[in-house]
Write a protein that binds this ligand. Structure first.
Ligand code: FES
Ligand code: FES
Length: 216
């Protein structure tokens, strides 16, 4: 098409033709009619869905998927939304609020717990993936009324100020020691680098981990 065609309106000629002679327009109309018919069918109630027995069965279902865990040495059975993080299940369904939610994106370590002895960030973990797992949170670290050696060391070395990051730091420190990554200050700093302390209590945290590593 030339510039002249354009200024003479050639491009719009087809648009002025009767709609019924435009094969494209016909196909659009057909599509709309088909869509209308489909909507009509969709609006007709499905007899199977309407059966009262199905509604009763739905009401009887537990909310979410069944999940069994061992949390701090106790067996727990509950129903969870498959989209729920382990952190939210611990805090909101089991009422263990010692594990903290900081960034909720795997970046700060405030939500660190031990699962089957390994440290993980619970905010990035779907609870439904841990059927039967053994979980230890900060609430389960002391035993027989005695604090864990690392909890004692945090107090002795003043490894905290506001305390918000502390449960995650301690759980991560326990993992760091059991992995054999607490042999030197540099090693502790490296292997604890996923745990952020906004108060800057790092010197005390590192000293506490180093001290506890000698005691356990
Ligand atoms: S809350 Fe999980 S890493 Fe920050
Ligand atoms: S003690 Fe306050 S964030 Fe670590």
């Amino acid at each position: 098409m030339t510039d002249r065609n354009l200024i003479e309106g050639e491009a719009g000629k087809n648009a002025r033709q009767p709609a019924t002679s435009d094969p494209l327009a016909l196909s659009r109309r057909s599509l709309l009619q088909m869509a209308g018919a489909a909507a009509t069918f969709a609006a007709i109630p499905n007899h199977a869905d309407a059966q009262p027995s199905n509604a009763a069965a739905d009401a009887a279902k537990p909310e979410g998927s069944p999940l069994r865990l061992v949390v701090n040495r106790e067996h727990v059975e509950l129903a969870v939304d498959p989209r729920q993080s382990l952190l939210d299940v611990l805090r909101e369904k089991i009422d263990l609020t010692g594990t903290k939610k900081g960034c909720n994106q795997g970046a700060c370590g405030a939500c660190t717990i031990l699962v089957d002895g390994r440290r993980i960030v619970s905010c990035l973990t779907l609870a439904a993936m841990y059927q039967g797992a053994e979980i230890t949170t900060i609430e389960g670290l002391s035993a027989n009324g005695e604090l864990h050696a690392l909890q004692e060391a945090f107090i002795e070395h003043e490894g905290f100020q506001c305390g918000y990051c502390t449960p995650g730091q301690i759980m991560s420190g326990v993992g760091c020691i059991s992995e054999g990554h607490a042999g030197s200050t540099e090693e502790i700093r490296f292997w604890m680098s996923g745990n952020i302390c906004r108060c800057g209590a790092y010197p005390g945290i590192v000293e506490a981990v180093a001290d506890a590593a000698k005691r356990v």
